[in-house]
Design a protein around this ligand. Structure first.
Ligand SMILES: Cc1cc2nc3c(=O)[nH]c(=O)nc-3n(C[C@H](O)[C@H](O)[C@H](O)COP(=O)(O)O)c2cc1C
Length: 202
């Protein structure tokens, strides 16, 4: 399985992408391996958190071997995962740790920590900052330029990830970089956002 991630990353590189992200969040396979709720294995991939993160670490290393030392690799982790997984990235070859949350499982409790406005997973990001020396990204809930600027200026994370806002307005990141358009033109309901994928974040 790590070889499939590695092959896909290599293809992305060959097609001219600037980097890849290993998605170990949102309840998908690598996320399930990390979670004691899903991972009931009795082999070396189950049990302790050190065992449960083995597949992720092997996936990152296989991906690195496939794309070489200079191609950016990020890993996306859920804020519900242990800080040990964040800390372990110091020994991995990822270039960036992206903190997110939520799950695609229908009926799951909302994963956002906040009250609905602003970045959802900021408290976990603060703890993650103390757990790793790798650059940190925070994804989920950013709706205004000021929210994004504040979290970077405060030093909590280095980069902000945006998904739904650029879906609503594809040029928004460029506008924000130019200091324009503090709010997107359209708005997502701030309290409860049901995405097309079925992932609930709010
Ligand atoms: C249409 C859509 C597709 C997405 N696909 C991915 C994906 O392939 N990989 C991933 O890590 N996250 C994916 N996400 C989740 C986003 O990266 C992000 O974590 C989430 O939307 C919260 O950020 P936001 O509040 O800026 O939308 C997707 C989100 C949307 C709306």
């Amino acid at each position: 399985m790590p070889s499939e991630f590695a092959r896909t990353a290599r293809l992305a590189q060959q097609f001219g992408f600037g980097g890849v992200q290993v998605r170990a969040a949102h309840g998908f396979l690598l996320s399930q391996f990390l979670s004691p709720l899903f991972n009931k294995r009795s082999d070396t991939y189950g049990g302790t958190i050190a065992n449960r993160m083995q597949l992720l670490l092997k996936t990152i290393e296989a991906t690195r071997a496939a794309v070489g030392p200079d191609f950016p690799i990020a890993v996306k982790l859920n804020s519900s995962d242990q800080l040990e997984v964040v800390a372990a990235q110091d020994q991995s070859s990822v270039d960036l740790v992206d903190i997110s949350g939520g799950t695609y499982f229908p009926g799951a409790e909302p994963a956002s920590e906040g009250a609905g406005r602003g970045a959802y997973f900021i408290e976990f990001a603060k703890r993650a900052r103390a757990s790793t020396t790798k650059p940190l990204m925070l994804t989920g809930g950013f709706k205004t330029r000021m929210q994004a600027e504040d979290v970077v200026a405060s030093g909590i994370v280095d980069i902000v990830g945006l998904a739904r806002m650029p879906v609503l307005e594809p040029t928004l990141p460029d506008l924000w970089k130019e200091g324009q358009r503090p709010e997107p033109l359209s708005q997502i309901h701030p309290q409860r956002a049901e995405l097309p994928l079925g992932i609930r974040y709010g």
